[in-house]
Design a protein around this ligand. Sequence first.
Ligand code: ARG
Ligand code: ZN
Length: 446
Amino acid sequence: MMYLLFFTLFIWIQEKHAFILPRDEVLWALPKTDKQAEDLQSFLNTTEVILWQPVVVENIQKDQEVHFYVSASNTNRIKAGLRQLTISHKVLMRDVQGLIEKQTLNDTANPRSSSSYYENYHSMTEIYHWMEEIVRVHSDLLEKIYIGSSYEKRPLYVLKLSKRQGNPKSAIWIDCGIHAREWISPAFCLWFIGHAIHLRERDQIMTTLLEHFDFYVMPVMNVDGYEYTWSKPSNRLWRKSRSSHSNSGCIGTDMNRNFDAHWCGHFPLSFHLSPVRRDQPCSRCKHLSGRGASPNECYETYCGPYPESEPEVKAVARFIRDHKDIIKAYITMHSYSQLVLFPYSYTTDKSKDHDELESLAKKAANAIRRTTKKIYTPGPGARTIYLAPGGSDDWAYDLGIKYSFTIELRDTGTYGFLLPSAQIRPTCIEALSAVREIARHVLQNL
Ligand code: ARG
Ligand code: ZN
C-alpha cells in the first residue's frame, strides 16, 4: 500500500516536472508596423534562434508571419523580449523533439517496394540503398546516372525514368533536396519514382506523362546536408551544404544562391552596357546588390565564394547544360509555404515569358486546389516572397529552359519543416497534379 502511494507520488512529480521543464519550441510572431518589423529584426539578430520563415532577418516585414525555432534554454527569455517589444506572438509547436523523433521512426521499417515505404521519410543511407534496388529491379524503366560527387565525397545520382520506346523524347527535370531540412522534397522525388514504377498501369496521369516524356529525377541534391539533418535531432534544421570556405568556423553554402544567375547580386558587364539599360546604369544593381544572398559565410543565404563553388551545384549545372536541348522543363521542389514560383527571383523585373509562365503557374495551383483543396499561391519569386539571386530556377530559365518552376510544398507553418509523414502522400498527390499541368502545357508548346 505504502509502496503504491510512493509510486503514484513519484509518477505525479515526474509528470509535473515534465510540464514545467521548458522544451524546444517553434514560435510565431507578427510585426504589425515597420517599427515592429525593425525591432524584431534587431532582437532576433542578437538571439540564438533558427529562422524558419523568412530565411534571414533582413526579410522580416510588417504584416508577414515570422516562424522561428527556439531551444529550451532560451524560450522564456525570448518570450519576455517579445512581450516587452509588444510584438504579438504565440507558440506554434510545443513538442519539437517529439515531432522530430516521429519523423525518423520508420526509416527502414517497410519493404522498399511497399506503398508505406513512400509514406515515410528516409535517411541518406537508406535512399542510396533504395536507388540501387529500384534501378536493379526495374532496369527496363530506370537508369542511375552518376553526375559527380559531393563536398564530402558522396556520389550524386540522377535517375532517368524512361519508357524507351521509339525515338528519343523530350525530358523534364525534377530535383529535390537542395535545402537539407526540407524533408518533404526528397520524399516527393522518391514517391514520384515509386508511383511511376508501381502504379503506372493504374494511374492514367503517369501513363500519359511517360508516353511523352523522359524524366530526369534527382532525389537529393544536397546529400551532405541531408545526411547531416539525420545525424542528431539538433541538426534537423540545417539548410546549407556542408562545405567550408573560410576559417570563420561557419560551414555551408546555400545551394540555391550558388547558381550562376546574377550570383550574389552581381550583374554581368553586359547588363550595364546593354542599350536598354543605359539610362539607368547602376541604380538597379545598387538596390539589388547583396540583397537576398550574402557574401558572409555565416549567413543562411551564403552564396559561396564564387558561382558553382559547390561541387553539387556544379555537377547539376553541367548535366543540365549538356542536356539543355532535350530538357523542356525544370522543376525544383522545396518547402514550406505552398507556392508555385517562376522567374525571376534575382530581379523584380518581369521575364519575357512572364504572362505565359504566370498563367501556367495559375493552372498548376488550380490543379492542386481541385486535387486536395490546398491553396498554393502562384507568382514570380522576387515579387511573391523575396529577392534571391543565384537560384536554380532563374539559372535554368536564362539557360533557355523556359518552363522553370520552384514548387514550395506543404504546409504554411503548422508543422513547417517538421511535416508529419501522414502528409507525405496527399502532398505528393497534389504536387503530381501540378507537374502534370506543367507537362501538359509543355507538350502543347513543343
Ligand atoms: N525558399 C526558396 C529559397 O530561399 C525560394 C526559391 C525561389 N527561387 C529562387 N531562385 N530564389 O531558396
Ligand atoms: Zn528551399
